[in-house]
Design a protein around this ligand. Structure first.
Ligand SMILES: [Zn+2]
Length: 73
């Protein structure tokens, strides 16, 4: 489950920042709770994306990333 979040979030951090974040998650229940919520959200989005990929709208466009996944940018 956590790998899904890693893929989407840590993929955008450099590895040092990703490691610091993971270490922080281990020590901080608050952020861990947020991360769990994030994972649940990403799982939900992935389910929707999988469905979307099967429709012809998505054809030829590759993987479409939901804007909800990167609210910070
Ligand atoms: Zn924290």
């Amino acid at each position: 489950m956590e790998e899904t979040a890693e893929e989407l979030y840590f993929g955008r951090l450099d590895s040092a920042a990703a490691q610091r974040f993971q270490a922080h998650l281990r020590d901080c229940p608050k952020c861990r709770g947020i991360n769990d919520g994030t994972v649940a959200m990403i799982e939900a989005i992935r389910g929707a994306a999988k469905h979307f990929e099967r429709t012809k709208v998505a054809k030829g466009k590759g993987v479409v990333r939901s804007p909800m996944v990167n609210p910070a940018r």
